[in-house]
Design a protein around this ligand. Sequence first.
Ligand code: C5P
Length: 296
Amino acid sequence: MTVRVPAKVNVQLAVGAARPDGFHDLANVFLAVSLFDEVTVTPADELTVTCSGPDADQVPLDRTNLAARAAQLLAARAGRPDDAVHIHIAKNIPVAGGMAGGSADGAGALLACDILWGLNTPTEDLLDICAELGSDVPFSLIGGAALGTGRGEVLTPVEAGSFHWVFAVAEGGLSTPAVFREFDRLAEGRDVAAPQASPALLAALASGDADALASTLANDLQPAALSLRPDLERTLSTGVEAGALASLVSGSGPTTAFLVRDEEAAAKVAAALEASGTCRATRTTTSPAPGAALLP
Ligand code: C5P
């Protein structure tokens, strides 16, 4: 049973003040992109996780892995006597990169185990389990494009035309809680507005007009990510100088995203980024991509 799950970029990430529970209210426009992890589950005597791919050594292989937690939660909810399953993650999404790679593995394992165990859990219930696993996990399950409110887990699908993207994978990762803490530190003594989705951005996203989308991209976590990783400024400017319509930090970073007009521009921007030495690797993608789906 192999499920393919997409990475995401946030074309808008509006962040409110810290809530009493430590989370932040968001107006978060998620867009799934064609960069995928594949999660394979097979019957086993106990719950085990393996991982392959260039960043495999950075992925925890114990029961705290989001994919393993998804299997445990689903088994408990379904009243199964055990959660014994082997989960293999073929990892292509950057680890701790701001592209919801861990969330993708959680959503993928959930769907794969649901099918393997013949549970037929209704999508609403799967989405509940996803929200318990993490704020970005419900979106990994549905994919496409959606507005996330609350802490990001309350989803309303939105329309999206097709766009081309280049991603620059940074050296090392950034901890999402650390980036939110830095956001709080930078906001100290200032009023933080309630987060709101931008009507102009949603219209641009729906229209498929890359120039319009380029002028509306916004990530409130970007100053915090750049404060922790000032080197990313050079990556951002390199992509724009090579012809990207716009650049931004993907989610909490440190992956950076470049919106480009077409495939040809994507190849040019990717080549310039690779030659610049300001990133570890690049990935060229399109959007929107479908959510978690069983491979034949
Ligand atoms: O929900 P998830 O476990 O993925 O969130 C990871 C961390 O990111 C949280 O513990 C919190 O520090 C931060 N976060 C936040 N506000 C959100 C989502 C995440 O502060 N809406």
